[in-house]
Design a protein around this ligand. Structure first.
Ligand code: PHE
Ligand code: FE
Length: 293
């Protein structure tokens, strides 16, 4: 019968309202589009997910005064809900008005070209699933907390927002030039782990730092890591660690400076970098402009 047939076949709700969104499910019963975006599947978050998000937000929000850059602190309230995972459409109502950016749900990390294409179109991909309570302090891949708390507040800042769009366009160009690795190092050491020198001292603007319980304090205050004034060439030569605190942080003075340093055509720079030796994550060069914590 028609009704039975309908009820047992692919009505596109891939999992029940009490199951968490599965990580790494790039099929999702046909819900993932060709551009890798998918519905947020809000009904699939469990009460435990909402509680984990609430605790993550509470811990991180308490850490940001004095450690996060002023632009981030000013924009954080625009995320909305603190006690539950926010609905992306609610954030978008505010974000689009502020900078004409939107966030879109994705099932996890996506390939380079679709990633750059979304950014070039002012769409920021946000992973929709949340870490388990066992991963409260540390998670190896981005989840909805990292993506929302770390990346989205700064998209309310016009200069930063334009920079991320240019990064997306630059990524598509780098792909054509075989230079994604070089460009991804720039992303890593700026968008993910960047520090900014403000009038009241060093502050974090990198999403990987802002969403980390331990590295926020470490990156700003520890005597151990190198802190070097941002040079795109130096950064593009430098490998990075994905499983420990960074051994080197690169420091900007403002988002406008970041925008200006990355505005020139990178084609000759990629060529120069590829001809040079790579540097270890903890390397120090005589010409590095070091910055005290
Ligand atoms: N200016 C870079 C190029 O020509 C593109 C870019 C812009 C890269 C902003 C990163 C950030 O390739
Ligand atoms: Fe990130």
């Amino acid at each position: 019968m028609n009704t039975v047939h309908k009820a047992t076949s692919a009505v596109p709700t891939s999992y029940g309202a009490s199951e968490r969104p599965p990580r790494g499910d790039y099929a999702r019963a046909g819900q993932v589009h060709a551009d890798y975006t998918c519905p947020q599947n809000y009904a699939a978050y469990t009460e435990q997910d909402h509680d984990t998000y609430r605790r993550l937000y509470e811990r991180q929000a308490a850490l940001v005064p004095g450690l996060a850059c002023d632009e981030f602190i000013a924009a954080l309230p625009a995320l909305g809900a603190k006690d539950r995972i926010p609905r992306f459409e609610d954030i978008n109502a505010r974000l689009y008005k502020a900078t004409r950016w939107e966030i879109v749900a994705v099932p996890g990390l996506i390939p380079e070209v679709p990633f750059f294409t979304l950014l070039a179109n002012r769409k920021f991909p946000v992973t929709d699933w949340l870490r388990t309570p066992a991963e409260f302090d540390y998670i190896v891949e981005p989840d909805v907390f990292h993506d929302l708390f770390g990346h989205v507040p700064l998209l309310f800042n016009p200069v930063y927002a334009n920079h991320i769009q240019d990064y997306g366009k630059g990524g598509l160009k780098a792909f054509g030039l075989g230079a994604c690795e070089q460009l991804s190092r720039l992303y890593w050491y700026t968008i993910e782990f960047g520090l900014m020198r403000q009038t009241n001292g060093l502050r974090a603007y990198g999403a990987g730092i802002l969403s980390s319980g331990g590295e926020l304090q470490y990156s700003v205050h520890s005597e151990k890591p190198n802190r070097i004034a941002l040079s795109p060439e130096r950064v593009m030569r430098t490998r990075y660690k994905i499983d420990s605190y960074q051994q080197t942080y690169f420091v900007i003075d403002s988002f406008q400076q970041l925008f200006d340093l990355t505005a020139p055509d990178f084609t000759p720079l990629y060529q120069r970098v590829k001809a040079q030796s790579e540097l270890a994550a903890d390397a120090r060069l005589p010409e590095d402009a070091t910055i005290a914590p």
